[in-house]
Design a protein around this ligand. Structure first.
Ligand code: UGA
Length: 444
C-alpha cells in the first residue's frame, strides 16, 4: 500500500521529491529493478516515468527522515500472535519502532502521517513518543487512511471515492491538515477530500472495512439458504442491490473473503470493543468473521458430499489461489483453508493460478507432498476428478471446457466458488455443476 501510494504522489506531483525507505534491502532492490516486488496493473509504467526523476527508493532511513518535511508511515500492523490480545489485537511493534526512529533522527519539524490501518487513538501514542524528544522539535500527527483495493490500486489512487484526513483541531493540527490537503488537491477534486478529527478518521477506516466485509458475509449467509431452498443468489443479490439504499456492489457470493485486511481489521475492531466493555458490539462484528469461516468450511463439505462422501485419492484442481483476481497476493486467501482441508481428506491437489503459484508454494510448504503446481489450466485439470474455482480470474471464463471435460475423469465435477462460469453450458457439456447459492446441475 505504501509503495503504490507514494508512486502516485510522485507521478501526480513532479514538484515534490518522494523517497520510499524500507528496512528490507531486497525489497528496495526490487523497487529499483524491472521486477517490482508487487504486481499491480499499471504500476510498472508509472514507476518507469517517475523513478530517478522525483521518486527514489532507498534503505537510508535516517537520511530519508532528516531530508523530508512530510513522512507517511505505512509499516505493517498485522494481528498480534503472542501475549495479550493474541489473534485479535493489532501488533504495533513496527509502528512504535518507526515512531522512535523518527524521533531520534529528526532535526526539523515534520508532519507525520498514519497511513497504516491502526486501532483508534494510536495517533495519540505516536504523538507521545514523538514529543518525548529532548530537542523540542514539533511534530504534527495526521491520520490519512488508505482505501485502495489490491488489483485496482492504481485506478483507486488516481480516482479515489474520497481521501480522508484526520487531524487535531488545534491551530497547528489544522495547518498540517491543510498542507496534506494541498498535496492531494494536485489531482483529487476538492469535494472528495474530506477532513475530520483524528479519532473519527482512524475509526472510519476500520468501520469501512468492517461494512464491506459484512456485505460479503451477509450475501454468503443467504447463499447457504439459497442452496437449501433452490433459490438463486444472483437473483436475490440483484433484487436486493437495486434498492439504491443498499447498492449493487460487493454482493457477489463466494468461497469467502480473504486478503490481508478484512479479517485483521474486524478482529482489531472486535478487540477494541471488548476492551471498552462493548461485548454486544464485539459479538456483532465477530459474527462477520465467523460466517466467513463457515462459508469456507461449507464449500469443502459440499464438495465432499457431492463426490460420494470421500475425497481419498481423488485429484482435485484448484482454479486460482490468490485471494482475488488480478493479484498474486495469497494472504489469508480462502484457497489456503480449502487446500489444507482437501489435503486432510487425502485428496491429491493440482493448483493453477496465473500470478500466485510462488506464494501458494510458500503457503503450503511442508504439507504439500500431494500437491502439484501447474500454470497451464488445461494441463492442470487433465486427469482430475473435479475443478474448484477459488479465484475469479477472467481467463477462466474463456477456457475451452469441452477440451477440459474430455481430459478429466468421469463423472467430472465443477464447484464454482465464484459463480463466474456459464453453468448451463458446463452442464450440457457433461459436467456436474455446483455453484454457490444456486441449484446444482447434475447428471447423477
Ligand atoms: C479491501 C477494501 O476493499 C479496500 O477499500 C481497503 O483499502 C483494503 O481492503 C485495505 O484495507 O487495505 P482488498 O482486501 O484489496 O481491499 O480487496 P477487496 O476487493 O475488498 O476484496 C476482499 C475479499 O473479498 C476478496 O477475497 C474478494 O474476492 C472478496 N469479495 C469481494 C467477495 O467475496 N465478494 C464480493 O462481492 C467482493
Amino acid at each position: 500500500m505504501g509503495g503504490p501510494t507514494m508512486v502516485m504522489i510522485a507521478y501526480k506531483c513532479p514538484q515534490y521529491k518522494v523517497t520510499v525507505v524500507d528496512i528490507d534491502p531486497t525489497r528496495i532492490a526490487q523497487w529499483n529493478s524491472d521486477d517490482l516486488p508487487i504486481y499491480e496493473p499499471g504500476l510498472d509504467e508509472i514507476v518507469k516515468t517517475t523513478r530517478g526523476r522525483n521518486l527514489f527508493f532507498s534503505t537510508e532511513i535516517e537520511q530519508g527522515v532528516k531530508d523530508s518535511e512530510v513522512i507517511f508511515v505505512s509499516v505493517n500492523t498485522p494481528t498480534k500472535t503472542f501475549g495479550a490480545g493474541a489473534g485479535m489485537a493489532a501488533d504495533l511493534q513496527y509502528w512504535e519502532k518507526t515512531a522512535r526512529q523518527i524521533c531520534q533522527c529528526a532535526e526539523s519539524p515534520k508532519i507525520i502521517i498514519e497511513k497504516s490501518t491502526l486501532p483508534v487513538r494510536t495517533a495519540l501514542a505516536m504523538e507521545r513518543i514523538l514529543t518525548s524528544n529532548e530537542d523540542g522539535i514539533h511534530f504534527d500527527v495526521l491520520s490519512n487512511p488508505e482505501f485502495l483495493a489490491e488489483g485496482t490500486a492504481i485506478r483507486d489512487l488516481e480516482n479515489p471515492d474520497r481521501v480522508l484526513i484526520g487531524s487535531r483541531l488545534t491551530e497547528s493540527g489544522l495547518r498540517a491538515r491543510d498542507e496534506l490537503v494541498e498535496i492531494y488537491a494536485n489531482w483529487v477534486p476538492r469535494e472528495r477530500i474530506i477532513t475530520s478529527d483524528t479519532w473519527s478518521s482512524e475509526l472510519s477506516k476500520l468501520a469501512a472495512n468492517a461494512f464491506l466485509a459484512q456485505r460479503i458475509s451477509s450475501i454468503n449467509s443467504i447463499s447457504a439458504l439459497c442452496e437449501k431452498t433452490d433459490a438463486d443468489i444472483s437473483a436475490v443479490a440483484k433484487a436486493v442491490g437495486m434498492d439504491s439504499r443498499v447498492g449493487s456492489e460487493f454482493l457477489n457470493a463466494s468461497v469467502g473473503f480473504g486478503g490481508s485486511c478484512f479479517k485483521k481489521d474486524i478482529l482489531n475492531l472486535v478487540y477494541l470493543c471488548r476492551n471498552y466493555g462493548l461485548n454486544e458490539v464485539a459479538d456483532y462484528w465477530e459474527s462477520v468473521v465467523q460466517v466467513n469461516e463457515y462459508q469456507k468450511r461449507r464449500f469443502v463439505l459440499n464438495m465432499m458430499t457431492a463426490m460420494f462422501n470421500t475425497l481419498v485419492g481423488k485429484r482435485i484442481c484448484l482454479f486460482g489461489f490468490a485471494f482475488k483476481a488480478n493479484t498474486g497476493d495469497t494472504r489469508d486467501s480462502p484457497a489456503i483453508f480449502i487446500a489444507k482441508r482437501l489435503i486432510e481428506e487425502r485428496a491429491e491437489l493440482v493448483i493453477t493460478d496465473p500470478k500466485a503459484l510462488d506464494n501458494a508454494r510458500i503457503d503450503l510448504n511442508g504439507i504439500d507432498s500431494n500437491v502439484s503446481y501447474i500454470e497451464d489450466p488445461y494441463k492442470a485439470a487433465s486427469g482430475c476428478h473435479a475443478i474448484a474455482v477459488v479465484t475469479e480470474w477472467e481467463l477462466y471464463r474463456d477456457l475451452d471446457f469441452e477440451k477440459i471435460y474430455r481430459s478429466m475423469i468421469k463423472p467430472a465435477f465443477i464447484f464454482d466458488g465464484r459463480n463466474i462460469l456459464d453453468h448451463k453450458r458446463l452442464f450440457e457439456i457433461g459436467f456436474n455443476v455446483f455453484p454457490i447459492g444456486k441449484p446444482a446441475l447434475t447428471h447423477l
